[in-house]
Ligand binder design. Structure first.
Ligand SMILES: [Zn+2]
Length: 193
């Protein structure tokens, strides 16, 4: 079974980006937990998380966790800041595997197709950067930046439970499509009588 490591950005003493009482670390954990549920409910895969509560986890610990667990895919989930709107994704800007490129394309396009027009989310594009979690992971890795905490129209969506569910399900579906995860059988075994 494929092993997927979900990485909710920040946590514990590191709130990530902040807007008033709204903290990036809470959204990333909420989204990641819902992505895990979506995958576990619909697909056959082992889903691990670098954190499942509001705890401090170093970047080195996150990538070591994925490497030591032999993960097939590493998905880091973040909320953007700095003025702007919409969704963007990153892969490492150095040498990467063909799966890194192909899986990111599938994940990114699936998310945009599911939330882009429905929620008026701008596609900021497929980007590359020298981020620790992308560079130090030994398997394909992607980092998603899910809207802007400091832009009112984006923050309103992040505070909408229906949007978060759609975003998490879209992320889960994108991961499943990328890795061609087998579906969980929906046919229950009938009791013998
Ligand atoms: Zn972040």
């Amino acid at each position: 079974m494929a092993i997927i490591v979900l990485d909710p950005g920040h946590g514990g003493t590191d709130p990530g980006a902040v807007n008033g009482s709204c903290q990036e670390k809470k959204y990333t954990l909420d989204i990641a937990l819902k992505v895990r549920s979506y995958l576990q409910n619909n697909y056959q895969a082992t889903v691990l998380m670098t954190r499942t509560t509001d705890t401090t986890v170093s970047l080195a610990s996150r990538t070591a966790y994925a490497n030591n667990n032999g993960a097939d895919y590493f998905v880091s989930i973040h909320i953007n800041a700095g003025g702007g709107t919409g969704f963007e994704s990153f892969i490492y800007d150095g040498s990467v595997s063909s799966n890194t490129i192909a899986w990111r394309q599938t994940l990114h396009d699936t998310i945009i197709s599911r939330i882009g027009s429905k929620w008026s989310v701008t596609d900021r594009g497929k980007k590359r950067a020298n981020f620790h979690v992308l560079r130090e992971t030994s398997m394909p890795a992607v980092l998603t930046e899910n809207l802007f905490i400091d832009t009112t129209q984006d923050l309103n969506k992040l505070n909408n439970a229906s949007f978060i569910t759609d975003l998490a399900n879209a992320t889960g579906e994108g991961i499943a499509k990328a890795l061609v995860l087998p579906r969980k059988s929906t046919v229950e075994t009938l009791p013998s009588f």
